[in-house]
Design a protein. Structure first.
Ligand code: ADE
Length: 255
């Protein structure tokens, strides 16, 4: 019997494009306007898919992966804006918990709480988090081999660090100092902000599925967040994601 696949989900085309060659010969299944690429990486069954951007796109993708493709674990990759002090462009964040920063049904429910679930924070799978953090650290240690020192220096990346903790998600590209300061004040533990992770977390909690979210910091969620965004994904984040996923699958044969 073939083992259920591990799902790797990207929000952006550039990242999926970087991961596809690792998959080898793949079958493509089309569902819900998405293309699910089913193959294997280092002997492990894998399904790769582009989710699209935002919480609804991510939630739809996660539900299809779990229900239709019987994915045994989901890993969401991509970029995020750094929020907490010390979370710099080029760093990598592995989420231990996720929260929707734009969820607000107050005064009916406490701010950030997902109505009727009784919770605002959703935990990622601890074993997956550990394994991905290990892979990310190994890749950061050889950043020059992965992205090249020219690119690293061009983006001002120096001694990139790995962080683990809270990632917050919302249907908003945070692109002003005022917005990011407001988020930091409301959610001082938040390391980074993106647009999909907490939606995946909520769907996975509903289905009891294992998941993790790993993000390369592309910007500081401030007034210059959009500058170089696409080029960063092409030149840095895609290469990191590819290297981290390959390293993780190689080092966790019994996953
Ligand atoms: N993904 C990458 N940077 C982001 C930002 N500043 N806001 C939301 N999502 C992001």
């Amino acid at each position: 019997m073939t083992l259920a696949p591990i799902a790797i989900v990207s929000a952006m085309h550039e990242e999926l494009r970087a991961l596809l060659p690792a998959l080898g010969p793949a079958r493509v299944a089309r569902l819900g306007g998405r293309e699910f690429h089913c193959g294997s990486v280092h002997g492990q069954a894998v399904v790769l898919v582009l989710s699209g951007i935002g919480k609804v796109a991510a939630a739809t993708t996660a539900a299809l992966l779990i229900h239709e493709f019987k994915a045994r674990a989901l890993v969401f990759t991509g970029v995020a804006g750094g929020l907490r002090r010390g979370v710099k462009v080029g760093d990598v964040v592995v989420a231990q918990q996720l929260l929707q920063h734009d969820m607000d049904a107050s005064p009916l429910f406490p701010r950030f709480e997902v109505p009727l679930s009784g919770r605002s924070h959703f935990e990622a799978d601890a074993r997956l988090v550990d394994a991905l953090a290990g892979a990310a650290q190994r890749c950061l240690d050889r950043a020059d081999a992965i992205i090249g020192s020219d690119r690293r220096l061009a983006f001002g990346i120096d001694s990139a660090q790995l962080h683990q903790g809270l990632i917050v998600s919302g249907d908003q590209f945070v692109s002003s100092a005022a917005q990011s300061t407001a988020l930091r004040t409301l959610l001082p533990d938040a390391l980074a902000v993106e647009m999909e992770g907490a939606a995946v977390a909520q769907v996975c909690a509903d289905f009891g599925a294992r998941f993790a979210v790993i993000r390369t910091i592309s910007d500081r969620a401030d007034d210059s967040a959009h500058v170089d965004f696409k080029r960063f994904i092409e030149d840095v984040a895609s290469a990191y994601t590819h290297a981290i996923i390959e390293d993780w699958l190689l080092h966790t044969p019994s996953f």
